[in-house]
Write a protein that binds this ligand. Structure first.
Ligand SMILES: Nc1ncnc2c1ncn2[C@@H]1O[C@H](COP(=O)(O)OP(=O)(O)OP(=O)(O)O)[C@@H](O)[C@H]1O
Ligand SMILES: [Mg+2]
Length: 507
């Protein structure tokens, strides 16, 4: 169906971008796909609309008439212009190629119907997941799973635009495929708990972050750093000796074991030749510090192995929501866990998993922009994440990051994940960042998307151009169960002494 003809204000016609004058009664919207016929072989050469605006001839007297409130109601005088840029045409092997031959001025432009668009929205193969629908054609938009692992994925958007809903729905669908994709989710606020209800307890396991802590994996200097001691100090020497005793006994590092070992340390073995009371006071200092340590666990808890857990479950959620003020430790434990997963992926060709980082800026912050925890542990964690971002994909260890603020996430990580982008509405600053990574046109397409809608681009799509998607939720994040209003209703009822009903979903 012809919807218009190419047009130029200047008389010069380009092929990378076209302006279309729409035929009367025809419409286009930003994001729509149109095409012209290839001048040599007739295949559709596809363009995507970035701007639609009415154009009206300027009349000298118009301004004076308007001043008197007189509008020239001559709608015939205006034409709708649409600006579109070229994506290219598909050759016999279904690869997208740019058009290189010039187009005649005033070439006919057609609306891409479902047949044409579906060629670009459906990835080939069976291992794919539904993301949502393209509102202009109502076609399903699906993503290939292989590229989402091989080239990772970035899900971004401003506060409350639907990022977590998108991510959690993708996880739920991918975990239900054949074969099911396995996920390790680092969940900052306990948002992914709803997956347990959706997929069942046999498929999803939620684990508090502390249960992954491997005390024996901690280099001894880290304890000294925690206590702020120099290696040459006596208390440091006593502690290290105690750790050596534990190591020799192959015992785990716990507060109790370490206290006992510290008790065995003799002053002679360290060459301490001052008064015994003095030595005892050093020993006491060590015992006090051990008791107060955040790195040394209290009980003899067997740490959980994420790789082991992933063998029997499709989704393992590492819940980092408890312990608000302990980011240095969280970073340490997360880096231990990710290193373990990445290490296994490198060594074992029968293991794979996608790591999901919700609120990625807490784990891979951009230096100087956002800082949390301590330099040392933060650096360790960033190191592993960068490695997964750059080398994980080809070893079956994909990375999906979810973020509100692009600018606060470390650049390499964002760039590596930007091969697949699902972008909800963004703040100006982050839109600028996105245009640095993906180009002006992409950023312009985003505009102000309503909640739950996104622009998607990447290798996981069949086509290489961005598509507008209304995301179809499969699961909602835990936070959407209580709305801000329900909290106040609850408080009001409680303060009036009314018997309070359990909090229920009121969305
Ligand atoms: N695809 C969607 N379709 C319909 N409603 C949606 C969709 N996505 C999100 N919503 C609604 O928007 C609300 C916010 O979604 P969500 O929590 O996923 O946003 P977010 O971007 O993760 O927010 P935050 O920045 O707070 O983390 C949800 O409670 C849900 O009701
Ligand atoms: Mg969220």
């Amino acid at each position: 169906m012809t919807i218009g003809y190419t047009y130029s204000d200047t008389g010069e016609y380009r092929i990378d971008e076209i302006t279309v004058v729409l035929l009367r009664m025809h419409e286009l919207a930003r994001g729509d796909i149109v095409y012209v016929e290839h001048p040599k072989n007739g295949s559709p050469v596809v363009y995507q609309v970035t701007r639609v605006y009415p154009h009206k001839r300027v009349r000298v007297y118009e301004e004076s008439l308007l001043k008197d409130g007189r509008i020239i109601g001559d709608s015939d005088d205006a034409a709708i212009h649409a600006h579109a840029y070229q994506w290219g045409w598909m050759d016999e092997d279904s690869s997208l190629r740019p058009l290189r031959y010039p187009l005649q001025p005033n070439t006919a432009v057609f609306r891409a119907d479902r047949d044409v668009v579906s060629k670009f929205t459906k990835p080939s193969g069976e291992w794919k997941l539904l993301l949502g629908t393209d509102p202009s054609t109502d076609l399903d938009v699906e993503l290939g799973v292989y590229p989402l692992i091989r080239q990772s994925c970035l899900i971004c958007g401003a506060v409350g635009t639907g990022k977590t809903t998108t991510a959690i729905s993708m996880v739920a669908r991918a975990a239900g495929l054949n074969p099911p994709v396995r996920f390790f989710i680092v969940d900052k606020d306990g948002e992914y708990t709803s997956l347990v209800d959706r997929l069942g307890e046999e498929s999803v396991l939620k684990v508090p972050w502390k249960r992954f802590f491997q005390p024996s994996n901690i280099p001894w200097e880290d304890y000294l750093t925690e206590f702020g001691w120099q290696k040459t100090w006596w208390n440091a020497k006593i502690l290290v000796k105690g750790l050596k005793i534990l190591y020799a006994q192959a015992a785990t590092v716990t507060k109790e074991n370490l206290r006992r070992a510290v008790g065995y340390v003799g002053m002679d073995s360290l060459g301490f030749n001052k008064k015994a009371e003095e030595f005892e006071s050093y020993r006491q200092q060590v015992l006090n510090s051990v008791n107060g340590s955040k790195l040394i666990p209290d009980g003899d808890m067997e740490p959980l192995d994420p790789v082991e857990l992933l063998r029997s479950r499709r989704v393992v959620i590492m819940d980092v929501s408890s312990g608000r003020d302990t980011w240095a430790q969280k970073h340490l434990v997360i880096s231990q866990v990710l290193r373990r997963i990445f290490g296994e992926a490198l060594e074992n060709r029968r293991f794979g998993c996608i790591v999901v980082l919700e609120e990625a800026m807490y784990y891979a912050p951009q230096r100087g922009v956002f800082e949390i925890g301590e330099k040392d542990s933060r650096g360790k964690l960033l190191g592993v994440i960068k490695e997964i971002a750059t080398n994980g994909g080809r070893n079956g260890n994909g990375l999906w990051i979810v973020t509100q603020r692009l600018a606060t996430v470390e650049k390499t990580v964002v760039t590596q994940c930007a091969n697949n982008v699902i972008c909800h509405s963004l703040e100006d600053l982050d839109r600028q960042r996105l245009s640095e990574i993906l180009g002006e046109e992409f950023a312009r397409l985003i505009g102000d998307l309503p909640q739950g809608e996104a622009i998607v681009k990447g290798t996981a799509l069949r086509c290489r151009f961005p598509i507008w998607v209304k995301v179809l939720p499969e699961v909602y994040p835990a936070s959407s169960i209580t709305t801000p209003m329900s909290r106040f209703v609850f408080m009001e009822q409680a303060s009036r002494g009314i018997a309070v009903a359990p909090v229920q979903s009121d969305v």
